[in-house]
Design a binder for this molecule. Sequence first.
Ligand SMILES: C[S@@+](CC[C@H](N)C(=O)[O-])C[C@H]1O[C@@H](n2cnc3c(N)ncnc32)[C@H](O)[C@@H]1O
Length: 237
Amino acid sequence: MDNGWDASADAWIADQGDAGDFSRRHVLDAPMQARVRAAAPARVLDVGCGEGRFCRWLGSAGFACVGVDPAEALLAEARRRDPGGDYRAGRAERLDVGDASFDMVVFYLTLIDIEDMRAALTEAVRVLAPGGRVLIANLQAYNTASALFEKLDSGARRLVMARYLEEHDRWDEWRGIRIRNWHRPLSAYMTCLLDLGLSLTCFEEPCATGGPDRARASYNHAPYHFMMEWRLPAPTG
Ligand SMILES: C[S@@+](CC[C@H](N)C(=O)[O-])C[C@H]1O[C@@H](n2cnc3c(N)ncnc32)[C@H](O)[C@@H]1O
């Protein structure tokens, strides 16, 4: 089913630039990178790697990384910017990699883009070695359930939320990008990961730590994202 990523690739690449957008640069990169450094995984799989920005950071920080994405135009850009990188066409729901072949699987703002989140997380667990980790950055569920901001007389903004408890898709549009996102209540992600036998090792609601004051204030009014790390049981004995 079309999710808009092929048609949005040029606008997405222009929007991200080299450093990524506000959320990546000023909110998520620091805690995501800190978790990778703390775990020191030998092999990382970046699912939904897009134009390869996080893979490039992983490579520059010394972590062996494979990026997977279904959007050919994004993969072509990833390969152009990082000719030595390992970028493969594929979908999260059916990964063409062997069992237990990675120590960390990253979903950096991609679970919201993946239609079958349960299949994707099941695959992540299949390809993880014992003791391996799933590292997730996602939009808050109240955020994906909200279709609109209302500006109040005070200048504050109010989010209008609907259908929080119901999984549903919606099309989002900004700066020439038009893509389909999937809303699920937070409990849907947590229940799925628990049912897969993973243990939660980190949960954060990171705030913006840089960028212009005005943008930072709007991000820090309420957390826009959550970040979590889950771990497969390590071998005993
Ligand atoms: C919001 S972008 C995030 C890209 C990158 N992880 C980043 O943080 O910049 C979502 C990405 O998910 C990819 N995607 C969409 N459906 C997917 C699927 N079924 N399996 C894997 N990736 C998918 C899109 O092609 C796109 O590159």
